[in-house]
Design a protein around this ligand. Sequence first.
Ligand code: NAD
Length: 414
Amino acid sequence: MAENLNLFTSTQNVIKEALTKLGYTEEMYELLKEPLRMFTVRIPVRMDDGSTKVFTGYRAQHNDAAGPTKGGVRFHPEVNEEEVKALSMWMTLKAGIVDLPYGGGKGGIVCDPRQMSMGEVERLSRGYVRAISQIVGPSKDIPAPDVYTNSQIMAWMVDEYSHIREFDSPAFITGKPLVLGGSHGREKATAQGVTICIHEAAKKRGIDIKGARVVIQGFGNAGSFLAKFMHDAGAKVIGISDAYGGLHDPEGLDIDYLLDRRDSFGTITTLFENTITNQELLELDCDILVPAAISNQITEENADNIKASIVVEAANGPTTLEATKILADRGVLLVPDVLASSGGVTVSYFEWVQNNQGYYWTEEEVNAKLHTALVKAFDNIYETAQTRGVNMRLAAYMVGVRKTAEASKFRGWV
Ligand code: NAD
C-alpha cells in the first residue's frame, strides 16, 4: 500500500517537475495531478459453489482532452484506488510519448484469478463490463489486458459489451484474439518495443548488439520474448532471473532451451542448482541491464553497484527516483519505463485503428509501424534530455505530458 502511495505521489512529483520545465502554470498541474474521473463499482458474482461474492472494481480516466482514454484492466488481490489512478496517469504519458490520439485510463478488480475457476473469471469479467458500460466505449475509453488478464478475458468483455450495445463493437477493447479482431504482433509488442529501445540506446553508446552482454531480470511475457529477440540479434544473454533466483553464464545462456522449459508463470530457475540471487543478478558485469519483473529493484542501496552502461526499464517502476539520479550522475543511459514499455499500447492503438477501418494488417506491417513510432519517440526524448539538460525520465515525462496539456489548453480547460 505504501508502495502504491509512493507510486502515485512520485508520478505526481515528476509530472509537476515536467510541467514546470515546460513553462505551464500551477493550474495545469492542478488539472493533471489526478484523474478527471474515478469510478468504483461493486460486482456480484455467482461462484461455482452457489454462493455470491461481491468484488470491487475501478476505472480511472485521467484526461480525455487529446482523445478517448485508454489503458488495461488488472485482476490482482492488491489492486487499489491509488495504484489504478497512478497507472492511468502513466498511460497519458505513454500515449503522449508515442503521439497516440489518446489520454490515459486504467482499470482493476480486487480479486485473485489464480484461485478462481474459468467460469467464475468469465462471470466477473462480464459483470465488470456491465458495471462500467456507460463510461466506456470505442470513442470514450478503451480497455486492454494487464496483469492477470489475457485475450480470453478481452473476448468475454467485448462479447458482453456488444450484447449491451446490440451491435458488434470490436473497437471497444484491445488485446483480443485474432479471430475477434485482434492485431498481429500484439502479444510480443512490449518486448518488441523494449528491443527497439535497446537498439537505439546501444547506437547512442556505440555498443554493437552483436556480442553485447545482456542481463534480464524476469522471464515472463516481457522478459522471455525479449531474451529471444536479443539472442536472435546476436547479443549474449548472460543472466536471466525469476522470482526464485537467477542464472548466470558469462559465455551466454542457452535461451532456446530455457524458453522451452519455463512454465506459464515465467519460472525457470527452480530447475537448476547453481543459481544466484536477484540482487547479484542486477550487479553483474554486463553492457545492458533490463529489469523486466517488478518495481523498486534499483534503489539508493545498489545503484552505485550497477555495472551496465545502459539500463532499459521493461518493468513498471523498477528504478526509484533517487536511483535514477545516481545512475544519471554516473553517466548510465537509462531508458525509462514510460518509453521502453510503450510498445504494448502502441500496437493496441494499431488494433483499434484496424477495428475502426475494418481492414487488417500483416505482422510485418504492424512491426514496421511500431519500429517507426518508437524510434521517433526515443529520438524525441533523447534530444529533449540533451537540449534541456535533464535525465531521460524527466525528458520522457516532458514529452509525454505535453500533448494532453496542449489539448487541454486548446479546449479552454486551463
Ligand atoms: P509476468 O507475470 O509474465 O512475468 C513476471 C516475471 O517476473 C516472472 O518471470 C516472475 O518469476 C518474475 N518475478 C516475479 N517476482 C519477482 C521478484 N520478486 N524478483 C524477480 N523476479 C520476479 O509479467 P510480464 O507481463 O512479463 O511483466 C513484467 C513487467 O513488465 C511488469 O512490471 C509489467 O508491469 C511490465 N509490463 C509488461 C507489459 C506486457 O505487455 N507484458 C507491458 C508493459 C509493462
